[in-house]
Design a protein. Structure first.
Ligand SMILES: Cc1ncc(C[n+]2csc(CCOP(=O)(O)OP(=O)(O)O)c2C)c(N)n1
Ligand SMILES: [Mg+2]
Length: 412
């Protein structure tokens, strides 16, 4: 064939099916019915999980019934705890967005629609395990009842900010709650988590790690490096990929989610992998327990793609109506994680509409009281911030001379 018989080459640039004014066709998600996807043995070979990366593990059906092999006998008390953690996360997020709009803090990121993933996994792990979250897993902190006052002081970068204004708001660090310092440089926490898990195994400890990353950030090389190390050394780690369909204004297909799934990446790297309904609290809990048990028994890493939807803007600096239909979330076929767990808890007789309203009101009051207290220690608007002298502290054990001189020049 001579060269001029070929059509000119072209690149393929993935596009979302919906745009402002054009409704999304969510059939690209390839859903399975609740209870339809099998549960493999804990020591399953990575290659034998390939079908679990194209299907979608779901437990809750449309009526709130728990179905199939992943439906565990979960204590209703734990489900109620999960419900409180999700509600608290949502209420907290909503108040903090308002506080940002009131110029009390510089920036905020909410996790609207994704509350089940962090809440359920936090309850499936031990507090002494270490999570390496992104900025969208504040639900882990809520499930672990971390002080709201301290969290808000961090957001306000005020005098009581435990991180002394050195981290962007929402980049928490709570070691005693198994919550590693959040890194703003995406994907770095994935390699850190694998390294931490390897260290736990080297020390002969029983703790495991939980790594977190978004769909977009999987395109960073750190993601792939982490998978290689986790696979080679069978690191005791859960590799969580939160596919919320968007990376700011970039659709997940641009990061590689169009012709394959993010779960499938794990299988290609020799890691047992699952694709799970991230808005189904029961499925998240069961899959997290399965992966944690594998890690703890020395069976190695597991990768889990959580399919969910980023219902709000990326951050307070984003306007999603510019790049996706404004009512997209209301059409997302996996629904709202809080509404789905509520439906299930009511169906099994452990919740009611009245209790839902009462708990919501109680949590609203708790968040409001914490906010009032934290604001007494300063907000961005009134300038009560950590002293400039504090930036020289906690960096070196013994302060080097050049820093001592700089501090003197600053006159603090
Ligand atoms: C290494 C790096 N590149 C780019 C950014 C800027 N950035 C911050 S969040 C974000 C999108 C991440 O999307 P995704 O990984 O899907 O997570 P999501 O925000 O959806 O939870 C980008 C590009 C960054 N913080 N770090
Ligand atoms: Mg994303």
């Amino acid at each position: 064939m001579s060269m001029n018989e070929y059509a000119p080459l072209r690149l393929h640039v993935p596009e979302p099916t919906g745009r402002p004014g054009c409704r999304t066709d969510f059939s690209y998600l390839h859903l399975s019915d609740a209870g339809q996807v099998r549960k493999p043995a804990l020591d399953v070979e990575a290659a034998d999980t390939a079908d679990l990366c194209t299907g979608l593990i779901r437990v809750l059906d449309g009526q709130g019934q728990a179905l199939g092999p992943w439906a565990e006998d979960i204590d209703p008390q734990l489900l109620r705890q999960g419900m409180r953690a999700m509600l608290k996360t949502r209420i907290f997020d909503s108040r903090m967005v308002t506080a940002q709009r009131q110029k009390k803090m510089s920036f905020y990121m909410q996790s609207l629609g994704e509350e089940a993933i962090g809440s359920a996994q936090a309850l499936a792990l031990n507090r002494s395990d270490m999570c390496f979250p992104t900025y969208r897993q504040q639900s882990i902190l809520m499930a672990r009842d971390v002080s709201l006052v301290e969290m808000i002081c961090q957001l306000l970068s005020n005098e009581r900010d435990p991180l002394k204004g050195r981290q962007l708001p929402i980049m928490y660090s709570v070691r005693e709650a198994g919550f590693f310092t959040i890194s703003g440089n995406l994907a770095t926490q994935f390699v850190q988590a694998v390294g931490w898990a390897m260290a736990s195994a080297i020390k002969g400890d029983t703790k495991i790690a939980s790594a977190w990353i978004g769909d977009g950030a999987t395109a960073e090389s750190d993601f792939h490096n982490a998978l290689t190390f986790a696979h080679v050394y069978r690191a005791p780690v859960i590799l969580n990929v939160v596919n919320n369909q968007w990376a700011i204004s970039t659709f997940q297909a641009i990061a590689g989610g169009e012709a394959s799934t993010f779960a499938g990446r794990g299988v290609g790297c020799g890691i047992a992998s699952l694709r799970v309904d991230g808005n189904d609290f029961l499925a998240v809990y069961a899959a997290s327990r399965w992966a944690a048990e594998r890690a703890r028994r020395g069976l190695g890493p597991s990768l889990i793609e959580w399919v969910t939807y980023r219902a709000g803007p990326h951050s307070t600096s984003d306007d999603p109506s510019k790049y996706r239909p404004a009512d997209d979330w209301s059409h997302f076929p996996l629904g709202d994680p809080i509404a789905r767990l509520k439906q299930h808890l009511i169906a099994i007789g452990h919740w009611s509409d009245d209790e839902h309203a009462a708990v919501s009101a109680e949590l609203e009051a708790e968040v409001l009281a914490a906010q009032k207290q934290a604001e007494q220690y300063g907000t961005l608007a009134n300038g009560h911030i950590p002293s400039a002298a504090s930036m020289f502290e906690d960096v070196y054990k013994d302060m080097p001379d050049h820093l001592r001189r700089q501090r003197q020049q600053l006159g603090v």
